[in-house]
Design a protein around this ligand. Structure first.
Ligand code: NAD
Length: 465
C-alpha cells in the first residue's frame, strides 16, 4: 500500500512498526530480495522514463537532456552497478586475526541496519530520492522515502509508480511537507539520510539524537571556483557555464557558487563566459528551452533580495533581468561583490555568479578557508604546483580540477560534505556501506589455550609474556 498525499501522521508509528516486523523476518536481507528490488527500479525507469521527464519538467522546467544526463541515467547506472557488484559487496571481508587469539579467523560482516528513512530535496528530486534508496535496498534494509513537497509532480509520481515496481511491504513512499516529516522524524529509525539545507539538517539531527539514530546529512554551501590565468579560457568558461546554468539554472548543491580569479584575468574570463552563455542560450535566455526556471516564488524573491542588495546592485556586469511571472532570472555575473554582501555570505542556489578578484591567485585559498567548508571546490589551472597546493590546502566535500560538477557522476568517489556542508557520504559502494552495519566477527577454535591469560596472575605468568 502506498502512503500517499493523504498520509495520516497518526499512522507514522504503525507504519514503522509494520516495516520493522517485515524486516525482522529477514526477508529484506536476502540477496534475491535485494536483486528483485533493484531490477524493479531499472524496469520502472525503462517503462516510465517519459513520465519522469515530464514530472521534472513540470516541477522545474528541466530540459529533457538535463533530466536524462543528470538524473535518470545516473540512477539507472547506480542500479546496474549495485546489481553487478552486490554479491561482492555482501561477502564478509576477511581481515588478519590477532596473534593472541590464534588459531582464529576474523572478518567483517555487512549487515542491514533495519528500517531507514530517506528525506530528499526538490532540486534533483529523482536522483536525490532514488540514489540513497538504491543503497538502502542493496544493503538489505526496509526503507521509507519522503520526497520533497517543493517538487510535487515528482513526489506524486513516486507515490503512484514506485509501489508497482518494488515490494511495498518493505519500501514505502510518504508524501508531505513539514507536518508529515515532523511526524515521521519522531519515530525510531535505524538510519536517516537527509538532503537539504543545514537549518533543517539541524532539526533532523536533533530528532535523530532522541533515538540515537545515526544520520547522513547531505547539505550545501558556497562552492568556489578558482580560475588561474594559465587555464584555457574558452574551455574554462564553457565548463563553468554548464556547471552553473546547465545544472538546473544554478539550483544544484555542487554548482559553482562564486569565482575567484586575478584582477587582470577577470575581464577576459567574463567575456569568455558571456560568449559561452550566448552560445548555449542565445541572446535572449528567457526564450531558451534549455534553461530551468526558479523553482517557486519564495526562491525567486530570495534570489532577488541577494541581487538587489544596495552593496551589489551596481556590480552586475551581465544579465540581471527577471520576470517573476515566469520565475525567470537571467544568467547573471557580478564583479567584485563585497565579501560581506548577502550574495557572498549565503549559499546562492540560483543563476547569480559573483566574481571576486585578487592580486595573486594563492590569495583565493585564504578567502575560501575563511568561510565554512563547502560541498565542492573547483580549480582551473595548468600549473601542477598550484593544483597540488589547492588539493592540500582546501577542505571541501570533494574537489574537481579543470571542470565543475562531474564528480557527482563517479560511483567510485564518495559524495558528501564536511563540516557545515554535511556528514557521511554515499554513491556506489559508499551507499551500501552507509546503510550497513560493519559487524566485526572473531571466530576461535576451542583448542590451543594460553594459560597466562587466566588468573591467578603469578609472577611466572608475567615472565611468559
Ligand atoms: P527542500 O525544501 O526540498 O527540503 C528538504 C527536505 O526537508 C524536504 O523533504 C522537506 O519536506 C524537508 N523539510 C523542510 N522543512 C522541514 C522541517 N521544518 N522539518 C522537517 N523536514 C523539513 O530542500 P532545500 O532545503 O531547499 O534544498 C536546498 C538545500 O539543499 C541547499 O542548501 C542545497 O545545497 C542542499 N542540497 C544538498 C545536496 C547534497 O547532495 N549535498 C543536494 C541537493 C541540495
Amino acid at each position: 500500500m502506498a502512503e500517499d498525499a493523504g498520509f495520516d501522521c497518526e499512522r507514522a508509528a504503525e507504519m514503522v512498526e509494520e516495516l520493522r516486523s517485515g524486516f525482522r523476518t529477514g526477508r529484506t536481507a536476502e540477496y534475491e530480495w535485494r536483486v528483485a528490488q533493484l531490477k524493479g527500479l531499472v524496469k520502472m525507469i525503462d517503462e516510465r522514463e517519459d513520465e519522469i521527464v515530464s514530472a521534472l519538467h513540470k516541477d522545474l522546467n528541466k530540459p529533457h537532456l538535463e533530466s536524462f544526463l543528470q538524473e535518470i541515467s545516473l540512477v539507472r547506472a547506480s542500479c546496474l552497478l549495485a546489481l553487478k557488484e552486490l554479491k561482492r559487496w555482501m561477502k564478509p571481508e576477511k581481515v588478519p586475526a590477532p596473534v593472541a587469539a590464534f588459531p582464529a579467523s576474523a572478518y567483517i560482516v555487512s549487515e542491514p541496519l533495519g528500517v531507514v528513512l530517506v528525506i530528499s530535496a526538490w532540486n534533483y528530486p529523482f536522483l536525490l530520492s532514488l540514489e540513497p534508496v538504491i543503497g538502502a535496498i542493496a544493503a538489505g534494509n526496509a526503507v521509507v522515502l519522503k520526497p520533497s513537497e517543493i517538487a510535487p509532480a515528482m513526489s506524486s509520481l513516486f507515490a503512484n509508480i514506485l509501489p508497482k515496481y518494488v515490494d511495498n511491504s518493505s519500501i514505502r513512499v510518504v508524501e508531505g511537507g513539514v507536518a508529515e516529516t515532523t511526524a515521521i522524524l519522531e519515530q525510531k529509525w535505524d538510519k536517516i539520510l537527509y538532503t537539504g539545507n543545514s537549518k533543517v539538517g539541524r532539526i533532523v539531527m536533533t530528532a535523530a539524537a532522541k533515538h540515537l539514530t545515526p544520520v547522513v546529512l547531505e547539505l550545501g554551501g558556497k562552492s568556489p571556483v578558482v580560475v588561474d590565468s594559465s587555464s584555457d579560457l574558452q574551455v574554462t568558461a564553457k565548463r563553468i557555464a554548464v556547471g552553473k546554468w546547465g545544472c538546473n539554472n544554478g539550483q544544484a548543491c555542487i554548482a559553482p557558487d562564486y569565482i575567484i580569479t586575478t584582477k587582470s584575468h577577470a575581464p577576459l574570463l567574463i567575456d569568455a563566459v558571456k560568449i559561452a552563455l550566448e552560445k548555449f542560450y542565445g541572446k535572449d535566455p528567457k526564450e531558451s528551452k534549455d534553461l530551468s526556471r526558479i523553482v517557486n516564488s519564495n526562491h525567486f524573491k530570495r534570489l532577488i533580495r541577494l541581487l538587489d542588495e544596495d552593496k551589489v546592485s551596481d556590480k552586475v556586469v551581465y544579465g540581471g533581468q527577471r520576470d517573476e511571472k515566469r520565475l525567470f532570472i537571467a544568467p547573471t555575473i557580478l564583479l567584485d561583490t563585497p565579501l560581506d554582501s548577502l550574495v557572498m555570505k549565503e549559499e546562492i542556489f540560483g543563476p547569480l555568479l559573483p566574481i571576486i578578484t585578487v592580486d595573486k591567485i594563492e590569495e583565493s585559498f585564504n578567502i575560501i578557508n575563511s568561510g565554512t567548508k563547502p560541498l565542492a571546490a573547483y580549480i582551473f589551472t595548468k600549473d601542477k604546483k598550484l593544483e597540488e597546493k589547492f588539493i592540500k590546502n582546501i577542505s571541501a566535500g570533494g574537489l574537481l580540477v579543470n571542470d565543475t560538477t562531474l564528480q557527482v557522476a563517479s560511483p567510485h568517489l564518495p559524495f558528501g560534505g564536511v563540516g557545515e556542508s554535511g556528514m557521511g557520504a554515499y554513491h556506489g559502494k559508499f551507499s551500501f556501506d552507509t546503510f550497513s552495519h560493519k559487524k566485526g566477527v572473531l571466530s576461535r577454535s576451542l583448542g590451543s589455550e594460553a594459560p597466562a591469560r587466566y588468573p591467578p596472575y603469578t609472577p611466572q605468568k608475567l615472565k611468559l609474556l
